[in-house]
Design a protein around this ligand. Structure first.
Ligand SMILES: Nc1nc2c(c(=O)[nH]1)N[C@@H](CN(C=O)c1ccc(C(=O)N[C@@H](CCC(=O)O)C(=O)O)cc1)CN2
Length: 282
């Protein structure tokens, strides 16, 4: 068996082309969606992701503003930028790029963003609504994963989904979204005894732990759908996921590549949330 590639780059491009048309229609009604991105410090990877977000906004016709702050920024300074953006009528979405320098509480920052502009879907109100299945902004990477599964016609209902990782950004919410789609969900993490015995039971396996090539073919049930959220460098400095792609390709039925899988979908769902937020303008 050779796994079918779940091409996030291609799906993202087609969704972004549709969004460009939606944005053009909105603009003709006098509404230009606006996204503010705040980047604190000089983390290289964060700089790349933020640039990519800005480029995608520009291509789609979304107005984007970047606030670049030094690594020494205090929590109070950052909160004051957020309060200002909460009041700005040209801004529909506010995103603070994570991780933040250690003097700043991520939770305090997330909670300062108005839930109406929480296009990352990280605010406790957004998370609560996601849990109860109410309409809300969904976290971008988990939502992108669900969209990738849908586009590949993968049945979720009734399937055993195993999530490896329990971060607030990916692991916890993707498990919740899979549960909302009627999967039976098992979470695994660093203290799970015999992790591999559990991953082997998964019909849908989502791996988001940040350990290069952790998952090998022995850890995967033949025919499973494998979603790789990892973004690591291998021994040669080449970008790779948490799944050993070349190994697992021969057992999985569907597999996301890194790069070109989940990553581009993250940015696409961010644009979608920003457009939705602009539509909610009163
Ligand atoms: N405020 C947020 N911070 C972070 C989030 C988030 O959703 N909101 N997620 C991640 C980083 N991230 C977006 O911010 C992100 C990661 C990866 C990609 C991506 O497209 N990756 C490419 C490869 C890029 C490369 O060459 O290095 C791919 O997978 O093809 C986009 C966005 C943490 N922080």
């Amino acid at each position: 068996m050779t796994a079918e590639l779940m091409n996030g780059k291609q799906l993202a491009a087609s969704k972004q082309a549709e969004m460009k048309e939606r944005v053009a229609k909105l603009a003709s009604d006098g509404i230009v969606p606006g996204l503010a991105v705040i980047l604190v410090g000089d983390n290289q990877a964060s700089q790349t992701y933020v640039r990519s977000k800005q480029r995608s906004c520009e291509k789609a016709g979304i107005h984007s503003v970047l606030k670049q702050l030094s690594a020494e920024t205090t929590e109070a300074e950052l909160l004051s930028h957020i309060h200002e953006l909460n009041q700005d009528p040209t801004i529909d979405g506010i995103l603070v790029q994570l991780p933040l320098p250690k003097q700043i509480s991520e939770q305090a920052v997330i909670e300062a963003i108005s839930p109406e502009k929480d296009v990352d879907g990280f605010h406790p109100i957004s998370i609560g609504k996601m849990m109860t299945g109410e309409k809300t902004f969904l976290p971008c990477t988990p939502h992108g994963i669900i969209e990738l599964l849908r586009a590949s016609n993968v049945e979720i209902s009734g399937k055993h989904a195993v999530v490896v990782g329990r971060s607030n950004i990916v692991g916890k919410p993707v498990g919740q979204l899979l549960l909302n789609e009627h999967a039976t969900v098992t979470y695994c993490h660093s203290r799970t005894p015999d992790l591999r015995a559990i991953t082997k039971q998964a019909d849908i396996l989502v791996v988001a732990v940040g350990i290069a090539k952790l998952i090998k073919k022995e850890d995967v049930k033949p025919g499973a759908v494998v979603i790789d959220v990892g973004m690591n460098r291998d021994e040669n400095g080449k970008l790779c996921g948490d799944v050993d792609f070349d190994d697992v390709e021969s057992v999985a039925s569907h597999l996301t590549p890194v790069p070109g899988g989940v990553g581009p979908m993250t940015i696409t769902m961010l644009l979608e949330n920003t457009i939705e937020s602009a539509l909610n303008r009163s």
